[in-house]
Structures are given as C-alpha cells and as structure tokens.
Design a protein. Structure first.
Length: 251
C-alpha cells in the first residue's frame, strides 16, 4: 500500500561524467604527443640529400694526373761507337757515333748552335726544302738560358728552357711538344736529370732528349739529341749516348 511501482535509483551528478570524459581526452592526447613528437617518437630516417656525395657530378669526370716513365730502350741495332767525343767546356764526354753520323767541325758551329760539340746525320729535306738532321750536341748551359738554373736539386726548369729554345731554333713553327719520359741520372757520381719529348711539326714527329748534369761549374753541362721519326732506325743511338756520358776535367 503506498507503492508507486518505481524501481529507479537516485541519479548521479552530471559534472562527474564531464570530469571523467575530460580526463580521458587529456590522457589520449598526451599519449599521442609522446609517440608522435615526444620522447617516444622514432628517429627520422636520413634522406639522400643528408648524405655527403662521393661521386663527381655528371659530366665532370675526375681529372687523372698524367705520369711518364723512364727513357725506353729503343728496339733495333745501334750505330757503332768509334770512341769518345770530349767537351772540355762542359767537363763531359759522349760517345762518338759512326755509321751515318759525322762530327761538325766547322768554325762557325759554336756560334750557330750555341754548343761546344755537334754530331749529325742528314735525314733529308722538309716540305720547304730545308735539310733535316738527327743531331747530338753538348756544352755548358748557354748563357742566355743561365737564369733557369737555381740549384743542383732543381734541373727541370733547365731542361725545359733548353727544349723551348730548341723548338724555336731548330723546328718550324708552329710546333707542339709532349713530354714522354723523365728520370734522374748519376754521371760519375754527379747528379743529373733527363727528359724526353715528342715534338710535332705538320704531323711529323721528332724524338727530343735533353739532359742536364751538375758538374760543379757555374752552370750544368747539357746533352741534347733529336731524331726525326722518319729514321727511327737511329733511335737506339739515343740509348747509346745517354748511357755513356762521362765526366772529364773541365777546362
């Protein structure tokens, strides 16, 4: 009696539900931050642009330093050696070559070529009708080139000066030169250096070899030799000359 048939319990306050929902949202947001941007986030992968490049840019190949070796041993039979040709001015001697080679004994030789001794072999004539020679010359470094010599340890500038001068005096212009060999020398215990070049005029190549030997004089002794490619049978004579340089008493 007095029962109204209702089975509802008293209601919970609305603010309690709102507070619980706010806490849940804040917790989810904190977890998302921790995993995406916070201390739990994974390290970003490096992109290709962050790696240093180890290859040259396309179209720009890496330059290679060119090198040359020692004077080669030229194949074939060398001209006979008939003795030694002394050069008192330079304090050295070189082999006296036989066969097609002759010694230049003209009184005007030194003033014409600037060296003390000269051996030559007539090769023929060039397109202008001028005689072409193979030749071997010796002498002290010419006075006009003396400025190229600074010390016994620096003979490269001396040889370059000798060859540049030879290209102007003994070859038609224009001409080009390519270094083909280099090596140090010991002549009677004295230091020296040898360089070989290929000088080209109108497609015709000439082997040029020049050596500087420090004899104790004010300037080095020079041995210069050239052999045109048309007569490559004379190239073995290059080996004969530069292997048999000897030191003598300078005048």
């Amino acid at each position: 009696m007095g029962d109204d048939g209702s089975d509802d319990e008293p209601g919970k306050p609305v603010w309690l539900y709102a507070l619980a929902g706010s806490v849940a949202i804040a917790l989810v947001a904190a977890l998302l931050w921790a995993f995406l941007a916070g201390p739990l986030a994974s390290e970003p992968e490096a992109t290709p642009s962050s790696e240093p490049s180890t290859t040259a840019p396309a179209g720009k190949p890496t330059a290679r330093k060119s090198t040359v070796g020692r004077l080669p041993r030229f194949p074939g039979e060398a001209s006979p050696v008939t003795g030694a040709l002394a050069d008192p001015d330079a304090g050295i001697s070189v082999p006296r070559l036989g066969g097609p080679w002759r010694a230049d004994v003209r009184s005007t030789m030194k003033s014409t070529y600037g060296y003390s001794t000269r051996q030559f072999a007539v090769i023929g004539t060039d397109s202008a009708g001028k005689q072409v020679f193979a030749q071997v010359m010796t002498g002290p470094l010419p006075a006009k080139l003396a400025g190229s010599f600074s010390s016994p340890e620096s003979l490269e500038p001396v040889i370059k000066a000798v060859v540049v001068s030879a290209r102007k005096l003994y070859f038609s212009t224009p001409n080009t030169a390519k270094k083909t060999a280099t090596q140090t020398l010991k002549v009677g215990g004295l230091p020296g250096q040898l360089n070989a070049y290929e000088v080209t005029v109108d497609g015709v190549r000439t082997t040029v070899v020049a050596a500087a030997i420090v004899t104790g004089a004010d300037v080095p002794a020079i041995v210069y030799m050239s052999v045109p490619s048309e007569h490559k049978e004379l190239l073995p004579d290059v080996n004969s000359v530069f292997k048999q340089i000897k030191v003598t008493a300078a005048s």
